[in-house]
Design a protein around this ligand. Structure first.
Ligand code: 13P
Length: 250
C-alpha cells in the first residue's frame, strides 16, 4: 500500500512574512490528522528558513521548488542541494513544466538535478507532463515516457523518487484532467517504471497528479488506483483548501 503524498507548490508567491503565516495556518488546520499520508509545502527560497521554523515539530515537510546541480561556486542566482538540506528540506521539486518552459530545463539538466538531490540525501519529485498540442496529437504517451526515462537516466535506485504527472494544459487553467485521463497516464508512467526498474519498484513508486486540483475534485482523483496524491498550485495558497485536499488524500 503506497502512502499518499500531497505537496503545495507555492511557486513565486508570498513574502517571507506571508509564507510563515500561511505555513502556520496549514499546521493549525491540519492538526495531527495527516499521519496516513505525507504533506509538504514548497515556499520560495527566501522563505524556506522561516517556513521551516514555523512547521518544526509538525508532520508537514519542507520542500524546495528547484535546486542547482553543482555543489557551490560561480553560479549567480542558483541554490545548491547542500543549502537546501541545511535549511531542512526533505524533498526538492525537479523539472516542473514552468522550469522547462521558461528557464530552459531539459531532460538532461533535470537528470543532473535529480542525481544531485539523491546524493545530498533528500528526495526528488520528478515532474513530467505533455503540452496541449502533444495531448491533442496523441503524442502524450511518448512524451511522458521519454521524460521519465530521461529524468532518471543513470539513477539506480528510485526509492527516493516521487513522480508528478502534471499535464501542462491543466496547470493554472482550471481545466483539470478527468480522473480517467489522469489514471491512464499514471498507468503509462507506472508501466514505464516497471520496464526500467522492475515490477516491485513500479508497485512502490508514488505518482502524484498536478493541474487544477481543488477540494472539490481531489477525492475523485485520489481514488484512482495509480494516483498517489497531488502536487497543488493555486489551491495550496489557501490553508483551508490545501488542508481539505490533504485530508482527501488521508
Ligand atoms: P495549479 O494547481 O495551480 O494548476 O498548479 C499545479 C502545479 O503546477 C503544481 O506544481
Amino acid at each position: 500500500m503506497r502512502r499518499k503524498i500531497v505537496v503545495g507548490n507555492w511557486k513565486m508567491n508570498k513574502t517571507v512574512a506571508e509564507s510563515a503565516e500561511l505555513a502556520s495556518a496549514v499546521v493549525a488546520a491540519l492538526g495531527n490528522d495527516c499521519s496516513a499520508c505525507e504533506a509538504g509545502i514548497a515556499p520560495t527560497y527566501p522563505a524556506l528558513d522561516a517556513v521551516g521554523c514555523t512547521i518544526k515539530g509538525s508532520e508537514v515537510l519542507l520542500v524546495a521548488q528547484n535546486c542547482h546541480y553543482e555543489d557551490d561556486g560561480a553560479y549567480t542566482g542558483e541554490v545548491s542541494t547542500g543549502m537546501l538540506k541545511a535549511v531542512g528540506c526533505s524533498y526538492v521539486i525537479i523539472g516542473h513544466s514552468e522550469r522547462r518552459q521558461y528557464f530552459g530545463e531539459t531532460d538532461a539538466t533535470v537528470n543532473l538535478r535529480i542525481k544531485k538531490v539523491l546524493a545530498a540525501g533528500m528526495k526528488a519529485i520528478l515532474c513530467v507532463g505533455e503540452t496541449l498540442d502533444e495531448r491533442e496529437s496523441g503524442a502524450f504517451e511518448a512524451v511522458v515516457s521519454s521524460q521519465v526515462t530521461g529524468g532518471l537516466q543513470g539513477v539506480v535506485d528510485i526509492s527516493d523518487i516521487v513522480i508528478a504527472y502534471e499535464p501542462v494544459w491543466a496547470i493554472g487553467t482550471g481545466r483539470t484532467a478527468s480522473s480517467e485521463q489522469a489514471q491512464e497516464v499514471h498507468k503509462i508512467i507506472r508501466n514505464k517504471v516497471a520496464e526500467l526498474y522492475g515490477a516491485a519498484a513500479a508497485e512502490a513508486v508514488r505518482i502524484q497528479y498536478g493541474g487544477s486540483v481543488k477540494p472539490s475534485n481531489a477525492a475523485e482523483l485520489f481514488a484512482m488506483p495509480d494516483i498517489d496524491g497531488g502536487l497543488i498550485g493555486g489551491a495550496a495558497l489557501k490553508a483551508e483548501d490545501f488542508v481539505a485536499i490533504v485530508k482527501a488524500a488521508c
